[in-house]
Ligand binder design. Structure first.
Ligand code: FDA
Length: 321
């Protein structure tokens, strides 16, 4: 009989390939029952369809002592109009955060605001967002995408970060180039989020999940702290987190943990209870379907949690202490 883990892996691979199929997505959108059922599974990872859902979840988590990041998971932007719509949404989000006095960090992909169409367009949009966010006392954070885009993302980031101190950047530990990027591309005391990396990359540019990757991750955290960066340690890997705490990097005011909403809320709670600063990365928006597929595909045992959520009559989000 096939091992369960092998079955899970095959399921994850299948999920990755159907996740981007527009016909599948359209079918779900047209079928209210399937939409409702999958939406319940997505509630484990996405706060809701609308901005207010993200804002309310942010308030709830802040009341419990977490810092928060917010991401709008919108349409994949295929033209300039869609990029402008994404920028409008982000401006509205920054405005609402200002009005509510919520000191959240706003995260996004540069591709979402124009990078896939035109680097200059993305750069101009980033400056608009940075200016508004600066006035509002809000920090922006750029996510990192496929390695084919890393140079462009870093060059847009460098241009904007030279003018605006409120922009942070995400770097991926699995890329061979990252130590050099970390030491050469960031202004002094810049905020950097270190992640393992989520894309399927060639061996020549990256290393897979392994002890070697964990060692490299630790080295990057050390390098960032030593060169005076403010570091978001963005991982759910409990062993790695323990090592970082043991090394004493953690507990410094410039180092925080950051985890995706709905993933290991037990671990977030444990770290917070031990006095460590923890940030939760919240998402909202209509594109929850792709996001759900990614969260299950990156950790196939999540399928059981998704099934349990789907058969529950109510839509229940993750429980944070
Ligand atoms: P890893 O994948 O090695 O898993 C280690 C352990 O963590 C697992 O054994 C499991 O216990 C737990 N775990 C991991 N994922 C889980 C899940 N979905 N459900 C339940 N448990 C899980 N990537 C990128 O390429 N660009 C980006 O901009 C970002 N941005 C980003 C922001 C934030 C705040 C986070 C936390 C992550 C990202 N990522 C990202 C994703 C990141 O690269 C990585 O793919 C995921 O965090 C999963 O990797 P881990 O470091 O958690 O460890």
């Amino acid at each position: 009989m096939m091992e369960l883990t092998e079955l899970e892996t095959q399921f994850a691979d299948a999920l990755k390939s159907i996740a981007r199929r527009e016909d599948f997505k359209a079918y779900i959108g047209q079928n209210p029952l399937i939409y409702r059922i999958l939406r319940r599974a997505a509630a484990q990872y996405v706060t809701g369809d609308r901005r207010i859902h993200g804002l309310e979840a942010a308030d709830r988590l802040q009341a419990k002592g977490y810092a928060v990041s917010l991401e709008y998971i919108g349409e994949n932007t295929a033209n300039e109009e869609e990029c402008k719509a994404a920028v409008s949404e982000l401006l509205a989000l920054i405005g609402d955060l200002r009005e509510r006095g919520t000191p959240a960090r706003v995260s996004f992909d540069l591709s979402h605001i124009g990078l896939s169409l035109d680097t200059e367009l993305a750069a101009a949009h980033l400056l608009t967002l940075a200016e508004t966010a600066l006035q509002a006392g809000i920090e922006l954070f750029i996510s990192m995408e496929e390695s084919a885009k890393t140079d462009k993302i870093l060059s847009v980031y460098e241009g904007a970060a030279a003018r605006y101190p409120n922009i942070g950047i995400t770097l991926q530990a699995y890329l061979h180039r990252t130590a050099e990027d970390l030491s050469t591309k960031l202004p002094a005391s810049a905020r950097v989020r270190i992640v393992k990396g989520a894309y399927q990359e060639a061996d020549g540019v990256s290393i897979p999940r392994s002890e070697a990757l964990d060692d490299r991750y630790l080295e990057l955290v050390e390098l960032a702290v030593r060169q005076g960066n403010r570091v978001s340690v963005a991982t759910h890997d409990e062993r790695l987190i323990e090592k970082i705490i043991d090394q004493g990097w953690y507990g410094k005011p410039e180092v925080e943990f950051e985890m995706l909403y709905g993933i290991r809320p037990d671990l977030s709670g444990k770290l917070k209870a031990a006095g460590h600063p923890v940030r939760i990365y919240l998402t909202y928006g209509h594109e929850w379907y792709l996001y759900l597929c990614h969260r299950v595909a990156e950790y196939p045992p999540n399928i059981y949690r998704a099934i349990a959520a789907m058969i529950n009559e109510e839509s229940i989000g993750p429980a944070y202490s």
